[in-house]
Design a protein around this ligand. Structure first.
Ligand SMILES: [Zn+2]
Length: 390
């Protein structure tokens, strides 16, 4: 298989380090002190390199009402960066502010469930940290945004997963009836994981443009369903899957919004489930509540929020409002506890959503990584496991 840009760059770095006899202690100290700066620099170079040599997705033109002037757009026209965001501020935050963000100092607690032995007659949810989770629904196994390679970036030494979150590996998984991807950001589309899972995946459902990643990995055309917003897929158990617009963006390089981003509605025999993917708050949630709801379960992004990203990520207060708009019985928050992407402390999203849920009478369900949650009666009194992390 052809090497991607980030792989080439990693090889060059390893070669240079292994072959440079003049790599003195002083230089090592300098590198250590400025590690985050070099991570930023190398990540930027890798992204440009990646964009220039491996960007088939940028060459396509889509016959879709959502694709205009060479890119996909949010329905309300909102941009990734809110007004007032500056490039200098972003660089400063990445190099300086991020160093002061509190990450877990001990391993994240987990439960190791035998995924190959889940009772097929039960509707279940198993979370793997951040936005990776498995649903067993009406007899079908559905995997969403699996990311198990230990980092969410173009290079393997940047944006590392927290200790303890690597308890599940590809070998632990049963055959997957449907793999769903919400969008192509590194923390949601992990090509190394997908490549290793390939032989276990029977069907893939992705928004427009993402199919190319799978074709490049050698998936056959017959297993790929590449869909636009509001397209529907009828699953083998007759459950209905609908791609619904979300307010976000896409891109793994300097070329942005060349693939579509989505949320998913699953209308199953016994349950109605909403999977947000990433997305900012908006009136679309109450529309989905009226059109497809009331929902039983809403799995909503809650974490990695910042004021400059308010168009494309939701704050915990907005996540609670989203749950109300969707008229959901239970809210399961995701998008936290594995990677640091924003400037809040690692456990802040969980603390805030838990407290808001109590005060606003929303059933917030916070299972541990790996815990099999029975969706027919989710435990709303989950222990606050994050308080036990040192
Ligand atoms: Zn994203």
């Amino acid at each position: 298989m052809r090497l991607r840009g980030e792989d080439r760059l990693s090889f060059v770095l390893v070669f240079l380090i292994r072959n440079n006899d003049g790599f003195t202690t002083d230089m090592m100290m300098h590198l250590k002190r400025n590690f985050k700066f070099y991570c930023f620099l190398i990540t930027s170079i890798a992204m440009i390199n990646f964009a220039l040599i491996s960007n088939e997705v940028t060459k396509k033109r889509w016959d879709s009402p959502n694709y205009k002037d060479g890119a996909f757009h949010n329905l309300d026209g909102s941009k990734t960066m809110a007004e007032g965001a500056s490039l200098l501020g972003i660089v400063y935050d990445y190099l300086i502010s991020r160093q002061f963000v509190r990450e877990p100092s001990g391993p994240i607690p987990t439960i190791k469930t035998n995924l190959k032995n889940l009772p097929k007659d039960k509707d279940l949810y198993v979370w793997f940290g951040h936005s990776s989770f498995l649903l067993q629904l009406n007899g079908q196994t559905i995997l969403i945004d699996p990311a198990f390679s230990g980092y969410a970036s173009p290079v393997s030494f940047s944006n590392l997963a927290y200790p303890g979150t690597d308890v599940y590996a590809v070998d632990d998984f049963p055959d997957i009836d449907y793999l769903l991807i919400t969008h192509d950001h590194y923390d949601h589309l992990d090509l190394k994981t997908i490549s290793k899972l390939k032989d276990k995946i029977r069907n893939v459902v992705v928004p427009l443009g993402i199919g190319d990643y799978f074709r490049e990995l050698g998936f056959t055309e017959s297993v790929i369903s590449e869909k636009d917003w509001f397209d529907e897929v009828i699953l083998a158990n007759d459950d209905k899957l609908i791609l619904t617009p979300t307010k976000h963006s896409s891109g793994r390089s300097i070329f942005q919004n060349q693939t579509l981003w989505t949320s998913y509605v699953i209308l199953s025999e016994k349950l109605k489930i909403y999977i947000s993917g990433d997305g900012g708050y908006g009136p679309h949630f109450s529309e989905y509540g009226k059109k497809y709801g009331p929902f039983t379960i809403a799995i909503l992004e809650n974490g990695q929020y910042r004021k400059i990203w308010k168009n494309v990520h939701s704050f915990p207060e907005e996540v609670i409002q989203t749950a109300k708009d969707l008229q959901t019985q239970y809210l399961i928050p995701v998008h936290s506890s594995k990677f640091t992407m924003a400037l809040h402390e690692w456990d802040e999203p969980l603390k805030r959503i838990h407290s808001l849920g109590i005060h606003q009478n929303i059933n917030v369900v916070t299972p541990m990584i790996g815990e099999a949650l029975d969706l027919s009666h989710p435990e709303t009194q989950c222990p606050k496991w994050w308080e036990k992390v040192k």
